[in-house]
Design a binder for this molecule. Sequence first.
Ligand code: SAH
Ligand code: TRP
Length: 352
Amino acid sequence: MVAYEEKTLLKERFFMNIPLEGASVRSRKLERFKCQAVPAARVVPTLAEDVLQGFARRPRVLPPKYFYDALGSELFDQICDTPEYYPTRTEARLLDQSAHSIICQVKPEHIIELGSGTSRKTAHLFEACEANGLEPSYWPFDVCEEVLHAAAEALLEAHPWLSVQALIGDYSAGLAHLPQPAGRRLFVFLGGTIGNLTPEESIAFLSELRGLMREGDAFLLGADRTKAPRLLQAAYDDASGLTAEFNRNVLNVINRALRGDFNPHAFDHLALYNEALQRIEMYLVARHDQEVHLMALERRYGFLHGERILTEISRKFTAESLTAELRAARLNPIRHYQTEDQYFSLVLAQPS
Ligand code: SAH
Ligand code: TRP
């Protein structure tokens, strides 16, 4: 773990932008905010390597972590408010109902959240802490620096007792370099993001997390459930077109990183539910034959009309498949919270 001095400047500039706020309020917020990079614990492919490898396969594939540049995170936040995207509001309701029970069982001194995004739903846990006289510190971990800053800003404002230790990094590069604060920790992984990993990736990830956990620590996992395919497909293809824009934005990210000339509008958004694999598959589909030049790779890629790039999977779970996955990583589910419609699950687990 390296101290992240370089970020101090950026951090201060960020807080300077808050209008109409006294210097003392601002400095008190700064005292409660730290930001550091989590170095990779193992070698992971660069974006260039991911594109080279992914575009050599059929169908072509891209890792989903590249969705989340500043615009991508902003678009994702907007997707969460669409009528079709039920997971966010369902999970928020479930957290609201179960937060007291979770917090009373775990009594965390630290809350460490993986892929925390805007941290909007996590607020329910902080409220339950407040109500129970607990003041844990919060460690949001995300690959998108901009969203971490925005989330911290809102949280420091809403919870005057809270200290935020933002962690910038890629969890696919391992968790071994995560800070290890002393005291009971609640690890949190929400939003059904576990479903964006293949079963093999997920079990490896959960096992790694399990390896960090000490006696008394707990893990709260939010996962989306199987349901009628039309509901699932609508959630990943909202009528306002935000998900389509989010999906296409990954091509802008590649253009920027690799000096490419993808025309995002030459690709259609497609979300399909694969019943056999119980997962949503999100694709970009070439609208016509085209050639794309990625200058930084000195390569040209041809796309035929109708050819697909797989940009994300989102697996859906049954109560059984979810607990089986946790058990495979030696995590023992101790409570399962679910909505009446069984749309979404929150599982509280401990190392077994
Ligand atoms: N937990 C939030 C956000 C879910 S979207 C919610 O429930 O609404 C997935 C989040 O994980 C995004 O904020 C994205 O930036 C982050 N993310 C995706 N891949 C990541 C990776 N490899 N390492 C760290 N964060 C990642
Ligand atoms: N973790 C979210 C999910 O699987 C990510 C997500 C939601 C997403 N909607 C999306 C990713 C649309 C890409 C496109 O539900």
